[in-house]
Design a protein around this ligand. Structure first.
Ligand code: IPE
Length: 258
């Protein structure tokens, strides 16, 4: 089993509301075909999710007014998902959409229900399940944001994939933000003991699903359920494909406490 997350920052222009990067989507979906193993695809929301989720405070406390904002964002993330599905179909795969708003429930941000059987049954029938960062029901908050990373963890727990690949818009994890710090160094691997040496600044821009620290902690947990976990640059042609094929590629290996 292979598990991949296509980050919202490669699928969209994160600074402009609802702006897909169509060329990147077409290329990346093509890279996911012909891998010779079952595949689960998760993708981020980028500017189809973060901008309005923040404006409507969808991660905040329960309020009767949240439903309408949630419905708009749910519609928007499905719009982005349709571009991904289109690419996967053109690449010759049989994608099936399993929207978190239908298959997952939270309580104060923590997962309390997840329909793993839907994923398992479709895989068995030769489909490629696709899911994404979404707005879902939450027992405490009414609705809340469910990031693609939360789905990665649930799927890793359920399927113990051979390989997990996170496609980011940089080469991997750096000692500091490579877009702001010139001498930021790429980390070839990261484990639980390395958390302290990272400059885990606050999330920049409109990211509503937590900063880098939440992300790295979750990746370490995901890695503990997989044989190999790596963060690679999805903007570099064939890097995601090669990582999924088990080739040695530039990136950051995530080593969880097995
Ligand atoms: C965010 O999902 C979901 C919403 C804001 C609705 P992700 O956190 O997985 O998305 P990216 O990869 O950062 O864009």
């Amino acid at each position: 089993m292979l598990l991949v997350k296509l980050g919202g920052s490669i699928l969209t222009d994160k600074a402009r509301l609802r702006t897909p990067r169509k060329t990147a989507i077409a290329r990346l979906t093509k890279e996911l075909a012909g891998l010779g193993d079952d595949l689960l695809v998760v993708h981020g929301a980028g500017s189809f999710g973060h901008v309005l989720a923040r404006r409507y405070a969808l991660n905040g406390p329960a309020k009767s007014t949240k439903a309408k904002g949630a419905a708009v964002v749910q519609r928007d993330v499905r719009t982005l998902d349709a571009f991904v599905i289109d690419g996967l179909l053109k690449a010759g795969l049989a994608p099936v959409v399993l929207p978190p708003s239908a298959v997952l429930g939270l309580d104060d941000g923590r997962v309390v229900s997840f329909d793993v059987a839907a994923f398992r049954d479709y895989i068995y029938q030769g489909f490629t399940p696709v899911t994404f960062g979404d707005v879902v029901r939450d027992r405490t908050r009414g609705v809340a944001v469910c990031s693609g990373d939360i789905l990665m963890l649930e799927l890793a727990k359920a399927f113990h994939p051979r390989s997990v690949v996170f496609a980011a818009d940089v080469d991997g994890l750096f000692t500091a933000d490579p877009k702001r710090t010139r001498d930021a160094q790429l980390l070839l691997s990261v484990g639980p003991a390395d958390l302290a040496q990272l400059d885990l600044g606050p999330a920049k821009g409109a990211d509503v699903t937590g900063g880098i620290e939440t992300k790295v902690r979750r990746m370490l947990e995901i890695a503990s359920f997989a044989d190999e976990t790596i963060i690679v640059n999805g903007n570099v042609k064939n890097r995601v494909r090669d990582a999924l094929r088990g080739r040695i590629v530039i990136g950051t290996r995530v080593v969880g406490g097995h």
